[in-house]
Design a protein around this ligand. Structure first.
Ligand SMILES: *Cc1c(COP(=O)(O)O)cnc(C)c1O
Length: 348
C-alpha cells in the first residue's frame, strides 16, 4: 500500500512502522497533538491526532500520494498514551472526506480501551469488549503485534474490511509466509492468540496490569523523578531531558540514562529518543526529537510490586547522582536503517 514518494500521516508512528515506511522511500508525518510533548501536562488522551495538522497533510498532497492514515493505539512513541474514541471517529470522518483509508496499529488496543472506559465519560458503563468493537468501526485496516495485547509469545495479524485488499495480501502471504490458515503462525499459536485476545479484553486483567504500572509511576512521582504524565498503560516513560540537561543532546541523553540505570540496578530500559529517531533518510543528519524518553516497559504477568519498588529505588539512586553525569555516549557502529536495535556505543 505504501509506494515511493508517498506520505503516511498518523499520531507518533511506532519505530518499526516508521522504518518500514521509510524503507519504501515514503515519508511518515507526525500529527500528534502538541500536548503530548509536554511531559508534565495531565491530558487524558495524549495519543490523539491533531485534526488540523492531519487536514493540512490531506490538503497539501494529492490523494493518490497519501497511502493511509495510521492511528497507533495506544501511541507508544508519545509515552504509551491512549487515543479517545471521539478522536478515532473524527479522524475516520475526516479521512473519509478525503477518501484516505485509516489503519490502526493495534499492539496495545485493549489498554487503549481501558483508558477510554476510565477517561471518556460516554463509555464508562461499556465493557472493554464493547469499546473495542466500537473502536474498530472507525478503521479500514488493522495491524496487530500479538505479543503485546494478544498475550501470546509471538505472532501477529492484519485485519481488512475490504475483500479486494484482503485477497491481494493473501497472495503475498503465500509468497512470504504460507497459506492464510497455516502460514507464519501455526494453528495452535492462533488458538492461543484467540484465548489471549479474549483475556486481554477483560477489565479485571487490564486493571491488575495497568495498576502495577501506575504503582511504579506513583513511586517515581513520590521520589520526584520526572516522567511522562499521565502514567502510561504498559510502561513508564522517564523524561531524560529533565534529568540530564547537562549531557549534550548529541550524546544521547535517554540512552545515557538507560546505561546508568543498567549499571545501577541491572534494569533494562529502552531509549525512545534521538537514536531511535534515526537519521533523516535524505540528508543523513541525526534527527533530534522533542522528547528524550527512557521507556521502562513492564512485562505483564511477570513481576510483583516488590520488583517495582526495586526499579524505583534504582532509578532514584541514578536521579540523586544526576549532576555527576556530564557526558553521554557516542555511536561506534550503526545499521543504515532502524539503527537502535543493533547500535554499538561507547561511553564518553
Ligand atoms: C511492537 C509493535 C510493533 C511491531 O511489532 P513486532 O511484532 O515487534 O514486529 C508495531 N506497532 C506497535 C504499536 C508495536 O507496539
Amino acid at each position: 500500500m505504501v509506494k515511493e514518494g508517498d506520505i503516511v500521516p498518523g499520531n507518533s508512528h511506532f519505530d518499526t512502522t516508521k522504518g518500514h515506511i521509510e524503507f519504501r522511500k515514503a515519508t511518515a508525518v507526525d500529527c500528534t497533538i502538541d500536548e503530548a510533548f509536554d511531559t508534565t501536562l495531565e491530558h487524558p488522551f495524549k495519543g490523539n491526532l491533531d485534526l488540523e495538522k492531519l487536514e493540512k497533510v490531506y490538503q497539501e498532497h494529492p490523494k493518490d500520494k497519501i497511502s493511509m492514515c495510521i492511528v497507533t493505539v495506544t501511541c507508544n512513541s508519545s509515552g504509551g498514551q491512549p487515543v479517545s474514541l471521539q478522536n478515532m471517529k473524527d479522524v475516520y470522518e475526516l479521512s473519509q472526506k478525503y477518501s484516505i483509508p485509516v489503519m490502526y496499529d493495534s499492539a496495545r488496543f485493549s489498554e487503549n480501551a481501558y483508558f477510554i472506559k476510565l477517561r471518556e465519560e460516554a463509555y464508562k458503563d461499556w465493557t472493554i469488549k464493547e469499546i473495542v468493537a466500537e473502536m474498530y468501526k472507525y478503521a479500514d485496516y488493522a495491524t496487530m503485534s500479538s505479543k503485546k495485547d494478544g498475550l501470546v509469545n509471538m505472532g501477529g495479524f492484519i485485519g481488512f474490511k475490504d475483500e479486494e485488499t484482503y485477497r491481494q495480501a493473501c497472495t503475498f502471504n503465500i509468497m512470504f509466509e504460507g497459506f492464510v490458515t497455516y502460514g507464519g503462525m501455526a494453528g495452535r499459536d492462533m488458538a492461543a492468540l484467540a484465548v489471549g485476545l479474549d483475556e486481554s479484553t477483560e477489565f479485571d486483567y487490564l486493571e491488575t496490569r495497568i495498576k502495577q504500572v501506575e504503582y511504579l509511576g506513583e513511586k517515581l512521582r513520590e521520589y520526584g523523578v520526572p516522567i511522562q504524565y499521565p502514567i502510561g498503560g504498559h510502561a513508564i516513560f522517564v523524561d531524560a531531558n529533565k534529568i540530564l540537561p547537562n549531557v549534550p543532546q548529541e550524546e544521547f541523553r535517554a540512552q545515557t540514562l538507560g546505561v546508568e540505570l543498567y549499571i545501577e540496578g541491572g534494569i533494562r530500559g529502552v531509549e525512545i529518543g534521538a537514536i531511535l529517531a534515526d537519521r533523516d533518510p535524505v540528508t543523513r543528519e541525526n534527527r533530534f526529537p522533542k522528547l528524550e524518553l527512557l521507556r521502562l516497559a513492564i512485562p505483564r504477568r511477570v513481576y510483583t510490586n516488590n520488583h517495582m519498588d526495586y526499579i524505583a529505588a534504582a532509578l532514584k539512586n541514578v536521579y540523586d547522582r544526576r549532576h555527576e553525569i556530564q557526558r553521554g555516549v557516542e555511536i561506534t557502529w550503526e545499521a543504515p536503517i532502524m539503527r537502535h536495535f543493533t547500535v554499538e556505543l561507547e561511553k564518553l
